[in-house]
Design a binder for this molecule. Structure first.
Ligand SMILES: [Zn+2]
Length: 388
């Protein structure tokens, strides 16, 4: 039976309360939709010593190249206070043409749209290549037992994706108005400033780390990191906390700490940023006599899928389906595209994301249909003339 409407599948997926790392039946719903279409499904359970096991799915139809992949996640963020929602977060209720519920935008609907688009493409005749789905249950969590490990598994099995679309909610006002061809990197840095503890009445016998930290905070918060590039906004640095935690009003503390996050474009790497930051810290340390150490944690490096044959094909297809040329963006947070970019060209294209992670998360049902049309047209165009 040809699946023509993505809404029932989207609702079935949304009715599984798959808050990371729970699967709650979501991948089973997906397998039940893919197997009748002829997909071979592989459930992949990954785990790490200090984390709960996570269920993932890789499904493929066809044996020939090229392999066009769609990537996404069935896990969702928690609904928060369920009573604050106008309908229960896992009911997937449609009211006046709008589908409400957790995962409506981010991103169970896009998965349903892609499955139905595939069904439509397959109904047209012989598949001139292969279609793969890389679906994780660990995107909203630590992302250590998800896409990266599926990709490793694929490499081991000799499965090489040629191009990939990620169904994250990239659009703004209407499905297809914006696609992402890259993402900024994200790095969190923790600052520790060590001075010498002492009595407030004798500050000359102490070395107060607080003015040193304040000087460094002021310096870093006001330094432009760059002016942006052709495809990226300027990099940003934002402090998230300053901590001294000293309950005594008569003691100069020995230590002060702070944390900041940098969202950086493709002019920087974590190493180049740390070299720059360490030099700034060393200058303040020299002036103040305090010891300053920086430690970092990288969540993702900046990447760009250079505009070319694949991005052109996607943009032209979207324009054909919507009547509007999509905007190329690199804004927003990180996504699993940061792992896929090491394997093949990747573009992110999904629904409007303005309500993602919010109470009453929702999308227009007509936007889900539109995204399905876009994905179906993309499969037609891709296999008619695969980009090199
Ligand atoms: Zn997402």
């Amino acid at each position: 039976m040809a699946m023509l409407d993505p809404l029932p599948l989207a609702q079935a997926l949304m009715r599984c309360p798959s808050v990371t790392p729970a699967d709650a039946g979501a991948l089973g719903v997906l397998e039940d939709a893919l197997q009748p279409l002829g997909f071979a499904c592989h459930r992949l359970i990954f785990t790490e010593p200090d984390s709960e096991p996570v269920d993932n799915l890789y499904a493929r139809i066809g044996t020939r190249a090229p392999l066009f992949c769609f990537a996404g996640h069935t896990d969702v963020v928690p609904p928060g206070d369920a009573k604050a929602w106008r309908s229960a977060p896992f009911d997937a209720e449609v009211r006046h043409g709008v589908l409400y519920g957790r995962g409506a935008a981010d991103m169970k609907t896009a998965i349903a749209a892609f499955v139905v688009a595939t069904a439509r493409h397959l109904a047209k005749g012989d598949l001139k290549g292969s279609i793969g789905l890389i679906i994780t249950g660990d995107e909203e969590g630590e992302a250590i037992n998800g896409t990266r490990k599926i990709l490793d598994w694929m490499t081991e099995k000799g499965e090489r994706a040629d191009h990939c679309i990620v169904g994250e909610p990239t659009s703004v006002a209407a499905a297809g108005d914006t696609l992402k061809i890259g993402r900024r990197g994200s790095m969190t840095v923790r600052v520790t400033v060590k001075g010498t503890q002492g009595h407030v009445a004798y500050p000359n016998r102490a070395n107060n780390p607080i003015p040193a930290l304040a000087a460094l905070v002021t310096k870093l918060a006001n330094l432009p990191l760059d002016q942006g590039t052709g495809h990226f906004d300027p990099s940003t640095l934002a402090f998230t906390t300053v901590d001294v935690g000293n309950p005594a009003s008569n003691v100069i503390p020995a230590e002060a700490r702070a944390t900041f996050n940098i969202r950086f474009n493709d002019l920087h790497t974590p190493d180049s940023l740390m070299a720059f930051l360490n030099a700034e810290a060393a200058a303040v340390a020299k002036q103040t006599g305090c010891e300053i150490t920086l430690t970092n944690n990288v969540s993702g490096v900046a990447f760009l899928t250079t505009p070319g044959a694949f991005t052109d094909l996607v943009a032209k297809t979207v324009e054909g389906a919507t009547g509007r040329r999509p905007e190329f963006s690199t804004s927003g947070g990180t996504s699993d595209a940061r792992f896929i970019k090491d394997h093949c060209p990747v573009v992110e294209l999904g629904l409007p994301g303005t309500t993602m992670h919010k109470t009453d998360e929702c999308v227009l049902v007509s936007d889900i249909q539109k995204l399905t049309d876009i994905y179906a047209a993309l499969l037609d165009a891709y296999f008619a003339n695969p980009p090199g």
